[in-house]
Design a protein around this ligand. Structure first.
Ligand code: FPP
Length: 241
């Protein structure tokens, strides 16, 4: 099926989030180590970033490493770091050329120094780009993000920069990692799990959800367009009629 040709290019979700899930199962099915699935999953990251760029998504948010992923074996964590480093080294020039800004959601400073330096280079070298924002969740959790935002607000209140009366649902968004970005229109979760797993908890208040049984390493460009096509058939009412 070619879903790209079916898309209404005037009605593209502005912000799409993806919980990249199923790498381990994909590898297991092939009797390979879990890290083999992460390696193939990284190829889908490259492919889906290009697909989102092609249809003019304004923000793409990928969940690469959660605050809970530290519970995995050291070897797997280390491989995920290597793949992130590979992705930045291998893709940064193209990302810059395409005018994409990289933004990190989460406390990436807990990562090894070498990775922190690479991330900071990517942030610095893309900071003025404005065609698309690629948000990468690294040591990210939605609850931690909300707590962090609340603490930042408290600091501003204590310092007298903000008054309590000025804090509301809208102004709270300025303290999230996704500040000044479009609302999350669509959340995609491949691999058959029907849960949110602490991803973008504040941002997904009015998002459409798209669940698929396809494992992330098999989630090629056309699966992404299929999700967008499905989104375009939804009737969004935001609590109205
Ligand atoms: C979930 O599959 C996937 C992850 C925890 C890691 C996602 C990371 C990448 C695709 C690669 C690196 C990222 C970038 C941005 C280059 P799982 O291991 O939970 O799969 P399972 O549920 O089948 O075990």
């Amino acid at each position: 099926m070619n879903y790209y040709d079916k898309l209404d290019l005037e009605n593209i979700p502005k912000h799409v989030g993806i919980i990249m899930d199923g790498n381990g199962r994909w590898a297991k099915k092939r009797k390979m180590p879990r890290t083999f699935g992460h390696r193939e999953g990284t190829q889908r990251v490259i492919e889906i970033v290009e697909a989102a760029y092609k249809i003019n998504v304004k923000s793409l948010t990928l969940y690469a490493f959660s605050t809970e992923n530290w519970k995995r074996p050291d070897e797997e964590i280390s491989k995920l770091m290597d793949l992130l480093a590979y992705y930045i080294k291998n893709q940064l020039e193209k990302i810059k050329k395409n005018n994409i800004r990289i933004n990190v959601l989460g406390d990436y400073k807990a990562f090894p120094d070498k990775i922190v330096r690479l991330i900071e280079t990517a942030l610095q070298e893309t900071k003025s780009n404005d065609k698309m924002i690629l948000n990468i969740g690294l040591n990210y959790g939605g609850q931690s993000e909300i707590v962090r935002a609340s603490k930042l607000i408290c600091e501003d209140v204590i310092a007298g920069r903000v008054s309590l009366e000025d804090i509301d649902v809208e102004s709270f968004k300025d303290y999230l990692y996704t500040r000044e970005q479009e609302e999350l229109d669509l959340l995609i979760r491949p691999s058959g799990e029907l849960r949110v797993s602490n991803f973008l908890l504040y941002q997904l208040a009015y998002s459409e959800f798209y669940f698929s049984n396809i494992l992330w390493p098999d989630f090629h460009e056309d699966e992404f367009y299929k999700a967008i096509y499905d989104f375009q058939k939804r009737n969004r009412r935001y609590g109205g009629l």
